[in-house]
Design a protein around this ligand. Structure first.
Ligand SMILES: *Cc1c(COP(=O)(O)O)cnc(C)c1O
Length: 421
């Protein structure tokens, strides 16, 4: 029996309607940018396995550091102890995060990084005797699948069964260069009538929405409004963090820095799940008290797992290396050229690119998990490229270590498949 057949017996996959989509391809090996399936076929991983494996799969530098760590210290309760890898990671992160970030809190995945940020914001005000009840978020954002994170995400048809249990969130449009004044007027109204704890946002690029970019100046004005109105700002950099936008963090493109930052995905280079919620000294200080209950009583069993920390330290070493920084610039330039080349294709409505992220919108309406999307996905796979369209958006987010030939094959495959539509 193939893996695919054995899988069907006991496994329930995420994001899947098993009745119409019963098959999951067995992947048995991944190295650099190449995935190998159970039949020996190879695919270029053009979306870095959901933006995680930015330094290539099974990167030898990362795996060697993890192997060293595994022989030294595997797991330790972080409520009672600390350890060298956590301390070193905190120092490295503070060294590259926006300058106002001072404290590092550990979580397990992107959703819980956001969940934790939401709880931090609520308790920050609660501890000051100021009970806040509402959040603000962008329309069509994505922040994860736990209740708080799901609530701050844009309303989705997949949220139906849970709608009655979501936390209170007001939604604003993303700034597009012409609507900033209208958004500020809307914000004044929301803030005057509700007790708003925080604004949760994906800075500059909304990933799951289809790698949608928005206006930096508009975002700065919005963040500035929140600063002057004592509303905390939570940047969800789970997707944008660690070099994707051409800078270490998307918030580095902004003049106004967030109070809280959520990180995951590329944090460990795709090796193990781990997440961080970082914050300013001011937020941390609001939890200091002789009263125990003012502390932050939120914990995951695997908080600051040493293996995860070792993978994250190694990933940051690579990110900050000259070689990777040059690759990011190289991919960024190649995307720009591809963008100019594909823009005039009759099936293409628009293109956008920032850093190693490239996206194009097709000139058709497509359901997020509809048949055209399935056809595109399988056509790309037949050509040996793994690309996963989001609605009518085809996007590329390749590992930084991709070769020029592999990248050209990704571009060529997109053109070839578009020509068959
Ligand atoms: C993926 C993602 C999340 C959720 O992370 P998980 O690890 O899947 O829980 C949250 N925010 C953004 C912006 C993401 O891209």
């Amino acid at each position: 029996m193939t893996l695919q057949e054995r899988d069907k017996k006991h496994i329930w996959h995420p994001l899947k309607q098993h009745q119409t989509h019963p098959n999951s391809l067995g992947i048995v090996k991944a190295k650099g940018c190449i995935l190998t399936d159970e039949h020996g076929n190879e695919y270029i991983d053009a979306i870095s396995s959901w933006y995680t494996c930015m330094f290539g799969h099974c990167n030898e530098y990362i795996t060697s550091k993890v192997y060293e760590q595994m022989q030294q210290l595997d797991q330790i309760m972080f409520s009672d102890f600390t350890h060298p890898a956590a301390v070193e990671l905190s120092e490295k992160l503070i060294g590259i995060l926006p300058e106002n970030q001072a404290k590092i809190f550990f979580n397990d995945n992107g959703s819980t990084a956001v969940e934790s940020a939401i709880k931090m914001a609520l308790q920050y005000y609660f501890n000051k005797g100021d009970k806040r009840t509402t959040f603000i978020a962008f329309e069509n954002g994505f922040h994860g699948d736990t209740f708080g994170a799901m609530s701050t995400s844009g309303l989705s048809v997949y949220n139906g069964p849970f709608e009655d249990f979501l936390i209170n969130v007001h939604r604003i449009p993303v700034p597009n260069g012409t609507n900033t004044e209208a958004i500020l007027t809307q914000l004044k109204d929301i803030v005057a009538n509700h007790k708003v704890a925080a604004f949760v946002y994906e800075p500059i690029v909304q990933g799951a929405a289809g790698m949608k970019t928005h206006d930096n100046n508009g975002l700065n004005s919005i963040l500035d409004f929140f600063k002057t109105n004592a509303v905390l700002t939570i940047a969800d950099e789970v997707m944008t963090g660690f070099g994707k936008t051409g800078k270490n963090f998307a918030s580095d493109h902004m003049t106004i820095k967030p109070d809280i930052i959520c990180l995951s995905k590329a944090l460990t280079g795709g090796l193990v799940p781990m997440a961080i919620t970082s914050c300013t000294q001011e937020i941390y200080d609001a939890f200091l008290s002789d009263d125990i209950a003012k502390g932050y009583f939120h914990c995951h069993t695997y908080s600051a797992n040493p293996i995860g920390c070792a993978a994250a330290i190694a990933s940051i070493d690579l990110l900050t290396s000259e070689e990777i920084q040059e690759s990011i610039q190289r991919i960024s330039k190649a995307h720009q050229q591809f963008s100019e080349r594909i823009q005039s294709h009759p099936k293409v409505k628009s293109t956008r690119n920032i850093g190693v992220i490239f996206a194009l919108d097709l000139d058709t309406n497509m359901e997020r998990y509809g048949t055209l999307r399935d056809l595109l996905l399988s056509s790309f796979m037949k050509e040996g490229v793994f690309l996963r369209p989001l609605g009518n958006t085809i996007y590329i987010q390749v590992p930084y270590v991709i070769t020029a030939e592999q990248l050209e094959k990704v571009y060529f495959t997109i053109e070839k498949v578009l020509n068959t539509l």
